[in-house]
Ligand binder design. Structure first.
Ligand code: NAD
Ligand code: USQ
Length: 384
Protein backbone atom coordinates (compact mmCIF):
# COMPACT_ATOMS: atom_id res chain seq x y z
CA UNK A 1 0.00 0.00 0.00
CA UNK A 2 1.29 3.46 -0.95
CA UNK A 3 1.36 6.06 1.82
CA UNK A 4 2.64 9.61 1.55
CA UNK A 5 3.81 11.18 4.82
CA UNK A 6 3.49 14.96 4.63
CA UNK A 7 5.81 16.53 7.22
CA UNK A 8 7.96 13.38 7.17
CA UNK A 9 11.15 15.26 8.14
CA UNK A 10 9.63 16.31 11.50
CA UNK A 11 9.51 14.73 14.94
CA UNK A 12 6.35 12.61 14.55
CA UNK A 13 6.60 12.34 10.76
CA UNK A 14 10.14 10.95 10.56
CA UNK A 15 9.45 8.27 13.17
CA UNK A 16 6.18 7.39 11.41
CA UNK A 17 7.69 7.24 7.91
CA UNK A 18 10.32 4.75 9.09
CA UNK A 19 7.79 2.70 11.04
CA UNK A 20 5.45 2.45 8.05
CA UNK A 21 8.35 1.57 5.75
CA UNK A 22 9.42 -1.14 8.20
CA UNK A 23 5.86 -2.47 8.21
CA UNK A 24 6.05 -2.97 4.44
CA UNK A 25 4.18 0.09 3.19
CA UNK A 26 5.51 1.85 0.10
CA UNK A 27 6.36 5.22 1.68
CA UNK A 28 6.97 8.67 0.26
CA UNK A 29 7.97 11.72 2.31
CA UNK A 30 6.78 15.20 1.33
CA UNK A 31 8.28 18.07 3.34
CA UNK A 32 9.40 21.62 2.56
CA UNK A 33 12.05 21.39 5.34
CA UNK A 34 10.67 24.64 6.74
CA UNK A 35 10.94 23.45 10.33
CA UNK A 36 14.76 23.38 10.05
CA UNK A 37 14.58 26.94 8.68
CA UNK A 38 12.27 28.21 11.47
CA UNK A 39 14.69 26.78 14.04
CA UNK A 40 17.62 28.55 12.46
CA UNK A 41 15.72 31.83 12.25
CA UNK A 42 14.89 31.58 15.97
CA UNK A 43 18.49 30.57 16.72
CA UNK A 44 17.42 27.27 18.30
CA UNK A 45 18.38 23.69 17.54
CA UNK A 46 17.22 20.21 18.43
CA UNK A 47 19.06 18.48 21.29
CA UNK A 48 19.99 15.74 18.87
CA UNK A 49 22.14 16.22 15.77
CA UNK A 50 19.72 15.36 12.95
CA UNK A 51 21.15 14.49 9.54
CA UNK A 52 19.86 16.06 6.31
CA UNK A 53 16.75 14.23 5.09
CA UNK A 54 18.51 12.83 2.00
CA UNK A 55 21.22 11.24 4.19
CA UNK A 56 18.64 9.86 6.61
CA UNK A 57 16.74 8.17 3.80
CA UNK A 58 19.93 6.81 2.20
CA UNK A 59 21.03 5.32 5.53
CA UNK A 60 17.60 3.72 5.98
CA UNK A 61 17.98 2.08 2.59
CA UNK A 62 21.51 0.84 3.38
CA UNK A 63 20.31 -0.69 6.65
CA UNK A 64 17.03 -2.23 5.54
CA UNK A 65 17.03 -2.35 1.74
CA UNK A 66 13.79 -0.32 1.81
CA UNK A 67 13.43 2.82 -0.26
CA UNK A 68 11.53 6.00 0.66
CA UNK A 69 10.70 8.51 -2.08
CA UNK A 70 11.40 12.16 -1.24
CA UNK A 71 9.48 15.19 -2.48
CA UNK A 72 10.80 18.51 -1.22
CA UNK A 73 8.21 21.24 -1.55
CA UNK A 74 5.40 23.17 0.06
CA UNK A 75 1.79 21.98 0.28
CA UNK A 76 0.57 25.58 0.13
CA UNK A 77 1.89 25.45 -3.49
CA UNK A 78 -1.04 23.67 -5.12
CA UNK A 79 0.67 22.78 -8.40
CA UNK A 80 3.62 21.19 -6.57
CA UNK A 81 1.25 19.27 -4.30
CA UNK A 82 -1.02 18.00 -7.03
CA UNK A 83 1.90 17.00 -9.32
CA UNK A 84 3.57 15.16 -6.44
CA UNK A 85 0.42 13.25 -5.58
CA UNK A 86 -0.16 12.35 -9.24
CA UNK A 87 3.39 11.05 -9.45
CA UNK A 88 3.27 9.05 -6.21
CA UNK A 89 -0.41 7.93 -6.36
CA UNK A 90 -1.03 7.51 -2.62
CA UNK A 91 -3.75 5.32 -1.18
CA UNK A 92 -3.36 6.98 2.22
CA UNK A 93 -2.20 10.53 2.94
CA UNK A 94 -0.78 11.09 6.42
CA UNK A 95 -0.66 14.81 7.15
CA UNK A 96 1.78 16.07 9.81
CA UNK A 97 2.98 19.03 7.71
CA UNK A 98 2.01 22.07 9.74
CA UNK A 99 3.48 24.78 11.98
CA UNK A 100 2.79 23.07 15.29
CA UNK A 101 4.04 25.32 18.07
CA UNK A 102 1.51 27.27 20.14
CA UNK A 103 4.14 29.80 21.34
CA UNK A 104 5.42 30.32 17.75
CA UNK A 105 1.88 31.20 16.67
CA UNK A 106 1.61 33.73 19.52
CA UNK A 107 4.89 35.64 18.85
CA UNK A 108 3.14 38.43 16.95
CA UNK A 109 0.62 39.11 14.19
CA UNK A 110 2.98 37.91 11.48
CA UNK A 111 3.53 34.52 13.12
CA UNK A 112 -0.19 34.09 13.86
CA UNK A 113 -1.08 34.84 10.24
CA UNK A 114 1.70 32.63 8.93
CA UNK A 115 0.61 29.71 11.12
CA UNK A 116 -2.99 29.89 10.05
CA UNK A 117 -2.22 30.40 6.34
CA UNK A 118 0.36 27.59 6.32
CA UNK A 119 -1.88 25.14 8.14
CA UNK A 120 -5.32 26.00 6.80
CA UNK A 121 -4.28 26.55 3.16
CA UNK A 122 -2.05 23.45 3.18
CA UNK A 123 -4.88 21.24 4.41
CA UNK A 124 -7.41 22.84 2.05
CA UNK A 125 -5.06 22.18 -0.88
CA UNK A 126 -4.80 18.52 0.14
CA UNK A 127 -8.61 18.28 0.21
CA UNK A 128 -8.86 19.77 -3.30
CA UNK A 129 -6.09 17.50 -4.63
CA UNK A 130 -7.93 14.51 -3.18
CA UNK A 131 -11.23 15.61 -4.71
CA UNK A 132 -9.60 16.09 -8.14
CA UNK A 133 -7.47 12.94 -8.35
CA UNK A 134 -7.73 10.67 -5.30
CA UNK A 135 -11.28 10.71 -3.96
CA UNK A 136 -10.86 7.14 -2.70
CA UNK A 137 -7.67 7.84 -0.70
CA UNK A 138 -7.84 8.02 3.09
CA UNK A 139 -6.68 11.24 4.75
CA UNK A 140 -5.09 10.66 8.17
CA UNK A 141 -4.76 14.15 9.61
CA UNK A 142 -2.98 15.12 12.80
CA UNK A 143 -5.23 17.28 14.91
CA UNK A 144 -4.74 18.07 18.56
CA UNK A 145 -6.42 17.46 21.91
CA UNK A 146 -6.02 21.22 22.39
CA UNK A 147 -8.92 21.76 19.97
CA UNK A 148 -11.27 20.99 22.86
CA UNK A 149 -9.69 23.29 25.44
CA UNK A 150 -10.52 22.47 29.05
CA UNK A 151 -14.34 22.27 29.36
CA UNK A 152 -15.92 21.47 32.72
CA UNK A 153 -17.52 18.29 31.29
CA UNK A 154 -16.09 15.03 29.89
CA UNK A 155 -14.47 15.31 26.45
CA UNK A 156 -15.83 12.87 23.86
CA UNK A 157 -14.08 11.72 20.67
CA UNK A 158 -15.07 14.40 18.18
CA UNK A 159 -18.84 14.35 18.63
CA UNK A 160 -21.31 14.78 21.49
CA UNK A 161 -24.99 13.81 21.65
CA UNK A 162 -27.06 16.72 22.96
CA UNK A 163 -30.73 16.94 23.93
CA UNK A 164 -32.09 20.44 23.56
CA UNK A 165 -35.71 21.59 23.95
CA UNK A 166 -36.93 18.02 23.57
CA UNK A 167 -34.89 17.23 20.42
CA UNK A 168 -31.67 15.24 20.15
CA UNK A 169 -28.68 15.31 17.78
CA UNK A 170 -25.05 14.18 17.60
CA UNK A 171 -22.93 17.25 16.87
CA UNK A 172 -19.25 18.19 16.65
CA UNK A 173 -17.88 18.56 20.18
CA UNK A 174 -17.49 22.27 21.14
CA UNK A 175 -14.02 23.70 20.52
CA UNK A 176 -12.27 26.17 22.84
CA UNK A 177 -8.62 26.18 21.71
CA UNK A 178 -5.93 28.13 23.56
CA UNK A 179 -3.66 29.57 20.85
CA UNK A 180 -3.76 30.72 17.22
CA UNK A 181 -1.97 27.43 16.41
CA UNK A 182 -4.60 25.31 18.17
CA UNK A 183 -7.26 27.42 16.40
CA UNK A 184 -5.71 26.52 13.03
CA UNK A 185 -6.41 22.86 13.84
CA UNK A 186 -10.05 23.67 14.58
CA UNK A 187 -10.33 25.45 11.21
CA UNK A 188 -8.78 22.38 9.55
CA UNK A 189 -11.25 20.06 11.25
CA UNK A 190 -14.18 22.10 9.99
CA UNK A 191 -12.80 22.17 6.43
CA UNK A 192 -12.14 18.41 6.40
CA UNK A 193 -15.57 17.62 7.85
CA UNK A 194 -17.21 19.77 5.17
CA UNK A 195 -15.17 18.20 2.34
CA UNK A 196 -16.14 14.70 3.50
CA UNK A 197 -19.78 15.76 3.52
CA UNK A 198 -19.91 17.42 0.10
CA UNK A 199 -17.39 15.33 -1.87
CA UNK A 200 -17.64 11.99 -0.13
CA UNK A 201 -13.97 11.99 0.94
CA UNK A 202 -12.86 9.75 3.82
CA UNK A 203 -10.79 11.20 6.68
CA UNK A 204 -9.59 10.47 10.19
CA UNK A 205 -8.72 13.40 12.44
CA UNK A 206 -6.32 12.22 15.14
CA UNK A 207 -6.64 14.60 18.06
CA UNK A 208 -3.23 13.88 19.47
CA UNK A 209 -2.05 14.81 22.95
CA UNK A 210 1.48 15.97 23.81
CA UNK A 211 4.06 13.50 22.49
CA UNK A 212 7.13 12.51 24.53
CA UNK A 213 10.17 10.32 24.00
CA UNK A 214 12.63 10.08 21.18
CA UNK A 215 13.49 6.48 20.41
CA UNK A 216 11.40 4.15 18.30
CA UNK A 217 12.42 0.75 17.06
CA UNK A 218 13.47 2.29 13.76
CA UNK A 219 15.03 5.65 14.74
CA UNK A 220 17.12 3.86 17.35
CA UNK A 221 18.75 1.61 14.73
CA UNK A 222 21.52 4.04 13.82
CA UNK A 223 22.87 7.46 14.82
CA UNK A 224 22.12 8.74 11.31
CA UNK A 225 18.40 7.96 11.85
CA UNK A 226 18.19 9.88 15.12
CA UNK A 227 15.01 11.90 15.62
CA UNK A 228 14.75 15.55 16.62
CA UNK A 229 14.15 16.37 20.30
CA UNK A 230 13.15 19.96 20.95
CA UNK A 231 13.84 21.59 24.30
CA UNK A 232 13.63 25.33 23.61
CA UNK A 233 10.86 27.57 24.94
CA UNK A 234 9.13 27.80 21.54
CA UNK A 235 9.12 24.27 20.09
CA UNK A 236 9.99 22.16 23.15
CA UNK A 237 7.02 20.42 24.83
CA UNK A 238 6.44 19.75 28.50
CA UNK A 239 7.84 16.32 29.40
CA UNK A 240 10.69 16.33 26.86
CA UNK A 241 11.71 19.77 28.12
CA UNK A 242 11.62 18.69 31.76
CA UNK A 243 13.94 15.72 31.12
CA UNK A 244 16.47 17.91 29.34
CA UNK A 245 16.22 20.60 32.03
CA UNK A 246 16.86 17.94 34.69
CA UNK A 247 19.91 16.67 32.80
CA UNK A 248 21.55 20.11 32.67
CA UNK A 249 20.63 21.11 36.23
CA UNK A 250 18.07 23.77 35.21
CA UNK A 251 15.00 24.05 37.48
CA UNK A 252 11.94 22.52 35.83
CA UNK A 253 9.80 25.26 34.26
CA UNK A 254 6.25 24.68 35.49
CA UNK A 255 4.00 27.51 34.24
CA UNK A 256 1.73 28.80 36.99
CA UNK A 257 0.37 26.29 39.49
CA UNK A 258 0.95 23.37 37.12
CA UNK A 259 -2.58 22.06 37.49
CA UNK A 260 -2.91 22.14 33.66
CA UNK A 261 -3.91 18.60 32.70
CA UNK A 262 -3.27 17.26 29.20
CA UNK A 263 -3.32 13.96 27.31
CA UNK A 264 0.15 12.46 26.68
CA UNK A 265 1.59 9.61 24.64
CA UNK A 266 4.90 7.97 23.86
CA UNK A 267 6.21 8.54 20.31
CA UNK A 268 6.27 4.75 19.93
CA UNK A 269 2.48 4.89 20.23
CA UNK A 270 2.16 7.81 17.78
CA UNK A 271 3.64 5.66 15.01
CA UNK A 272 1.43 2.71 15.86
CA UNK A 273 -1.73 4.83 16.01
CA UNK A 274 -1.04 6.03 12.46
CA UNK A 275 -0.58 2.43 11.28
CA UNK A 276 -3.85 1.45 13.00
CA UNK A 277 -5.73 4.36 11.41
CA UNK A 278 -4.42 3.45 7.94
CA UNK A 279 -5.26 -0.24 8.35
CA UNK A 280 -8.84 0.65 9.41
CA UNK A 281 -9.81 3.43 6.99
CA UNK A 282 -12.79 5.72 7.47
CA UNK A 283 -15.82 4.96 5.32
CA UNK A 284 -16.58 7.01 2.23
CA UNK A 285 -18.02 10.41 3.22
CA UNK A 286 -17.09 9.91 6.86
CA UNK A 287 -15.13 12.38 9.00
CA UNK A 288 -13.94 10.24 11.89
CA UNK A 289 -12.27 11.63 15.03
CA UNK A 290 -10.05 9.67 17.42
CA UNK A 291 -8.51 11.09 20.58
CA UNK A 292 -4.89 9.98 20.36
CA UNK A 293 -3.32 9.90 23.82
CA UNK A 294 -2.76 7.13 26.34
CA UNK A 295 -2.65 8.89 29.74
CA UNK A 296 -3.67 12.14 31.41
CA UNK A 297 -1.19 14.02 33.59
CA UNK A 298 -1.04 17.42 35.21
CA UNK A 299 2.12 19.39 34.51
CA UNK A 300 2.88 19.48 38.23
CA UNK A 301 2.68 15.68 38.45
CA UNK A 302 4.97 15.29 35.45
CA UNK A 303 7.54 17.64 36.97
CA UNK A 304 7.46 15.66 40.21
CA UNK A 305 7.89 12.38 38.32
CA UNK A 306 10.92 13.77 36.48
CA UNK A 307 12.31 15.10 39.77
CA UNK A 308 12.00 11.67 41.36
CA UNK A 309 13.48 9.83 38.36
CA UNK A 310 16.33 12.35 38.20
CA UNK A 311 17.13 11.98 41.88
CA UNK A 312 17.24 8.20 41.43
CA UNK A 313 20.15 8.61 39.00
CA UNK A 314 21.94 11.18 41.15
CA UNK A 315 20.67 14.43 39.62
CA UNK A 316 19.60 17.34 41.80
CA UNK A 317 16.29 18.48 40.30
CA UNK A 318 14.44 21.61 41.43
CA UNK A 319 10.99 22.72 40.34
CA UNK A 320 10.21 26.40 39.62
CA UNK A 321 6.66 27.72 39.34
CA UNK A 322 7.10 30.51 36.80
CA UNK A 323 4.49 33.16 36.06
CA UNK A 324 2.42 31.55 33.34
CA UNK A 325 3.24 33.21 29.99
CA UNK A 326 0.05 31.67 28.55
CA UNK A 327 -3.58 32.54 29.20
CA UNK A 328 -5.03 29.20 30.33
CA UNK A 329 -6.61 27.62 33.39
CA UNK A 330 -3.96 26.14 35.65
CA UNK A 331 -6.50 24.31 37.83
CA UNK A 332 -9.43 22.67 36.06
CA UNK A 333 -11.50 19.55 35.41
CA UNK A 334 -10.20 17.38 32.55
CA UNK A 335 -11.51 13.98 31.60
CA UNK A 336 -11.16 12.94 27.96
CA UNK A 337 -12.21 9.68 26.30
CA UNK A 338 -9.65 7.71 24.31
CA UNK A 339 -11.22 4.32 23.62
CA UNK A 340 -11.45 4.30 19.81
CA UNK A 341 -7.77 3.52 19.11
CA UNK A 342 -7.67 1.05 22.00
CA UNK A 343 -10.71 -0.71 20.50
CA UNK A 344 -8.81 -1.01 17.22
CA UNK A 345 -5.92 -2.75 19.00
CA UNK A 346 -3.54 -0.07 20.34
CA UNK A 347 -1.43 -1.50 23.16
CA UNK A 348 -0.05 1.58 24.93
CA UNK A 349 3.44 2.15 26.24
CA UNK A 350 2.53 3.83 29.53
CA UNK A 351 4.92 6.35 31.08
CA UNK A 352 7.25 4.36 33.28
CA UNK A 353 10.34 4.86 35.39
CA UNK A 354 12.35 3.06 32.71
CA UNK A 355 11.18 5.46 29.98
CA UNK A 356 11.98 8.49 32.14
CA UNK A 357 15.31 6.93 32.94
CA UNK A 358 16.14 6.35 29.27
CA UNK A 359 15.01 9.86 28.30
CA UNK A 360 17.11 11.38 31.08
CA UNK A 361 20.13 9.34 30.00
CA UNK A 362 19.55 10.37 26.40
CA UNK A 363 19.41 14.02 27.49
CA UNK A 364 22.62 13.59 29.48
CA UNK A 365 24.37 12.13 26.42
CA UNK A 366 23.65 15.22 24.29
CA UNK A 367 23.58 17.88 27.01
CA UNK A 368 26.72 19.49 25.59
CA UNK A 369 24.54 20.71 22.72
CA UNK A 370 22.08 22.55 24.99
CA UNK A 371 21.93 26.34 24.75
CA UNK A 372 20.78 27.35 28.25
CA UNK A 373 19.59 30.72 26.90
CA UNK A 374 16.81 28.91 25.04
CA UNK A 375 15.14 27.25 28.02
CA UNK A 376 12.97 29.97 29.56
CA UNK A 377 9.73 30.89 27.77
CA UNK A 378 9.97 34.13 25.80
CA UNK A 379 6.54 34.33 24.18
CA UNK A 380 3.63 35.81 26.12
CA UNK A 381 -0.09 35.42 25.42
CA UNK A 382 -0.86 38.55 27.46
CA UNK A 383 -1.76 41.94 25.98
CA UNK A 384 1.07 43.54 28.05
P1 NAD B 1 7.53 19.14 13.43
O1 NAD B 1 7.64 20.61 13.37
O2 NAD B 1 8.64 18.36 14.01
O3 NAD B 1 7.26 18.56 11.96
C1 NAD B 1 6.38 19.17 11.04
C2 NAD B 1 6.99 18.98 9.66
O4 NAD B 1 6.10 19.54 8.69
C3 NAD B 1 8.33 19.70 9.50
O5 NAD B 1 9.31 18.81 9.00
C4 NAD B 1 8.03 20.83 8.53
O6 NAD B 1 9.14 21.14 7.70
C5 NAD B 1 6.85 20.28 7.74
N1 NAD B 1 5.97 21.32 7.18
C6 NAD B 1 5.38 22.36 7.85
N2 NAD B 1 4.66 23.11 6.99
C7 NAD B 1 4.78 22.54 5.77
C8 NAD B 1 4.29 22.88 4.48
N3 NAD B 1 3.53 23.96 4.28
N4 NAD B 1 4.61 22.06 3.43
C9 NAD B 1 5.38 20.98 3.62
N5 NAD B 1 5.90 20.62 4.82
C10 NAD B 1 5.59 21.40 5.89
O7 NAD B 1 6.15 18.79 14.18
P2 NAD B 1 5.72 17.43 14.92
O8 NAD B 1 5.97 17.60 16.36
O9 NAD B 1 6.25 16.27 14.19
O10 NAD B 1 4.16 17.51 14.71
C11 NAD B 1 3.58 16.92 13.54
C12 NAD B 1 2.08 17.09 13.54
O11 NAD B 1 1.54 16.46 14.70
C13 NAD B 1 1.62 18.54 13.60
O12 NAD B 1 0.50 18.71 12.75
C14 NAD B 1 1.22 18.76 15.03
O13 NAD B 1 0.21 19.70 15.11
C15 NAD B 1 0.75 17.38 15.45
N6 NAD B 1 0.94 17.14 16.89
C16 NAD B 1 2.19 17.15 17.45
C17 NAD B 1 2.34 16.93 18.82
C18 NAD B 1 3.68 16.94 19.51
O14 NAD B 1 3.70 16.82 20.75
N7 NAD B 1 4.79 17.06 18.81
C19 NAD B 1 1.20 16.68 19.59
C20 NAD B 1 -0.07 16.68 19.00
C21 NAD B 1 -0.19 16.91 17.63
N1 USQ C 1 4.06 23.94 30.08
C1 USQ C 1 4.73 24.21 31.27
N2 USQ C 1 6.08 24.31 31.21
C2 USQ C 1 6.80 24.15 30.07
C3 USQ C 1 6.11 23.85 28.87
C4 USQ C 1 4.75 23.76 28.92
O1 USQ C 1 4.11 24.35 32.33
O2 USQ C 1 8.02 24.26 30.10
C5 USQ C 1 2.60 23.79 30.10
C6 USQ C 1 1.86 24.73 29.15
O3 USQ C 1 1.55 25.97 29.77
C7 USQ C 1 0.62 23.92 28.80
C8 USQ C 1 1.11 22.48 28.87
O4 USQ C 1 2.32 22.49 29.63
O5 USQ C 1 -0.36 24.08 29.77
C9 USQ C 1 1.41 21.86 27.52
O6 USQ C 1 2.31 22.69 26.83
P1 USQ C 1 3.30 22.10 25.70
O7 USQ C 1 4.19 23.20 25.24
O8 USQ C 1 3.89 20.84 26.18
O9 USQ C 1 2.24 21.67 24.58
P2 USQ C 1 1.28 22.55 23.67
O10 USQ C 1 1.66 23.96 23.59
O11 USQ C 1 -0.13 22.25 24.07
O12 USQ C 1 1.57 21.92 22.24
C10 USQ C 1 2.06 20.60 22.03
C11 USQ C 1 2.52 20.50 20.60
C12 USQ C 1 1.31 20.74 19.69
C13 USQ C 1 0.20 19.78 20.06
C14 USQ C 1 -0.16 19.84 21.53
C15 USQ C 1 -1.09 18.73 21.96
O13 USQ C 1 3.53 21.46 20.33
O14 USQ C 1 1.71 20.56 18.34
O15 USQ C 1 -0.94 20.08 19.29
O16 USQ C 1 1.05 19.65 22.31
S1 USQ C 1 -2.24 19.27 23.19
O17 USQ C 1 -1.50 19.90 24.28
O18 USQ C 1 -2.96 18.10 23.65
O19 USQ C 1 -3.10 20.24 22.54
Amino acid sequence: MKVIVIGGDGYCGWATALHLSNQGYDVGILDNLSRRYWDSKLGVDTLTPIAPIQKRIKRWQELTGKTIDLFVGDITDYSFLSQTLRQFEPEAIVHFGEQRSAPYSMIDREHAVFTQVNNVVGTLNILYAMKEDFPEAHLVKLGTMGEYGTPNIDIEEGYITIEHNGRKDTLPYPKQPGSFYHLSKVHDSHNIHFACKIWGLRATDLNQGVVYGVLTEETGMDEMLINRLDYDGVFGTALNRFCIQAAIGHPLTVYGKGGQTRGFLDIRDTVRCIDIAIKNPAEEGKFRVFNQFTELFSIKDLAEMVQKAGQAIGLKVEIDNLDNPRVELDEHYFNAKNTKLLDLGLQPHYLSDSLLDSLLNFAEKYKGRVDKEQILPTVSWHRK
